[in-house]
Design a protein around this ligand. Sequence first.
Ligand SMILES: Cc1cc2nc3c(=O)[nH]c(=O)nc-3n(C[C@H](O)[C@H](O)[C@H](O)COP(=O)(O)O)c2cc1C
Length: 304
Amino acid sequence: MSIIDPNNIPPHHLHRVLLSAVAPRPIAFASTIDSMGKANLSPFSCFNVFGVNPSTLIFSPSRSGRTNELKDTYHNVKEVPEVVINIVTYSMVEQMNLASTEFPRGVNEFFKSGFTPLPSEKIKPFRVKESPVQIECKVRQVIETGDGPGAANLIICEVLLIHVNDKVFDKTGMIDTRKLDLVGRMGADYYVRASGRALFTLEKPSGKFAIGVDSLPENIRMSSVLTGNDLGRLGSLQSAPTAPEIERFLTSPVFRTITTKNSGNIEKITEEAHKLAHAMISNNELKEAILLLLATSSLDVRDL
Ligand SMILES: Cc1cc2nc3c(=O)[nH]c(=O)nc-3n(C[C@H](O)[C@H](O)[C@H](O)COP(=O)(O)O)c2cc1C
């Protein structure tokens, strides 16, 4: 591992390291207006949701790393503390990228990028018609983290109203991630498209108890066949097989086949059992997999 001390590298290098590592980031396509009512639209990936009571979104138009200048979005929310945060889908990326051009203050990026401004209901800045989720917010607080190049300015927003295109709802009235086709920002010029094979599900741990990886015997934890994900799934079981269950499994056809085939060779038996357990885990057969593994690790050369 290399060690990077943020105090010993140039800020542009640090920016690259952190933004590559802390990714993918969602994109806030922020629509604001200045005190003269001039519209502005810019993307910010230093953005996330931090709570729902009160509902809190934070994004950061930071000071320019090159010129130390403050961004128009920052000036606008100081003048008019309101913003519409529009989410960005794959079909919007090219125009969104165009809107990030550092046009002079007062230039309307809705027109430059070709997006359609829609009036909001509770605040003055416009919504982006093409975005399937448009969030009207009031700005509660602005925190400047520094005054040098690259310093963040945290715009802390409270949600007033959320507009959702009906097309992205599922049958239960919840937003269906598969219908959104969101994009996230990675390091350098990389983005990620959150759709198709890129999406996967992971069930939340079911109860208040899990046996934990630490309860597995060392030869299972140190297996060269089982992966960290395999161990994670075994460790999330709510109970381990009992000694009589393991004892019974020793006489099962599947276990007998492995031991007979590799007669007496404990390394080969272990390797084959771990390979089979790995396949069983991928197949959601967790109970069988842990029985096979524990039965194998209970074997003593004398038993063979
Ligand atoms: C996808 C994307 C994400 C961006 N994220 C940020 C960010 O989090 N903070 C930032 O200061 N600039 C970010 N930028 C650059 C700004 O969008 C750019 O500086 C823009 O011109 C600022 O506009 P404004 O001066 O009108 O506010 C991002 C650009 C893109 C394309």
